[in-house]
Design a protein around this ligand. Sequence first.
Ligand code: MEV
Length: 284
Amino acid sequence: MPETNYIPINTFMVKILKVSAPGKIILSGEHAVVYGFPAIATAVDKRITIDRNGKIDSDLPIGSGLGSSAAFAVATSAFEINNLDLDEINKRAYEIERVYHGSPSGLDNSTVTYGGFLWYKKESNGNKTIKKIYVKAKLPKFYLLNSGKPDESTKEMVEMVAERYKKERRYTLGIFRGIENVTKGFLEFLTGDVEHNLGELMSENERLLEGLGVVSDKAKNIIRTIEKNGGYAKISGAGGRKLGSGMILIYHRDKDKLERLFEGESTTVTPVRLGENGVKIETE
Ligand code: MEV
């Protein structure tokens, strides 16, 4: 063997200086996912950036269903291990999420870690099926509108649903099964395998979440206004009952018309791109 001056690459291990992680939107399956039903979620083009000095830059409103806590947990985990081992980042981020949210499904941190569109399901043996969805459908433009920060935390909303599941098992399971059907519909839409009306899938999902009791009157009013004016909308994430229900995902063909509906109000319609990258190292 010739002598080589081989130096293991990690001798030069460079410290990561800046990391960013995206927010997330759940297309279908919030709450139901906690009970083993599938969900589809996606990373968005709004991110949190953290640098080594602890400086945080964020486009994600806190506690509004856009995954700010998961994005924070994922970005900090990447710093901790100082590399982009996604499975390890996801594992650590899940542990952080557990401290804050009780027993989260792991959907939020997985979406923020891996990015793109994810099919996510907790199997009965405790394993998690996480699959990237290969999107063939041409996606329309989507928008976000903040219905207001919920008064309740994600943990409280999950507990509220658990309470209902205990008392009204058949009703709640019926809702979860309905959500599962919509989730499968979204999968077929995204992969281009079966034609679906995207807007109707969103509306059906919204109705089921309202049936579950996780959408406030304020959010319902906003959504009815959008629907009466040719659009489709749903809350995304844990929701909220008393005040706002966090971010609303909107699909509307006419941006100007949509914007006019909320002119002069404190919330504004913002375009959002879905299917964006997960956690990444920033060089600048
Ligand atoms: C929150 O973004 C999603 C929920 O399904 C909770 C969870 O999955 O842990 C409500």
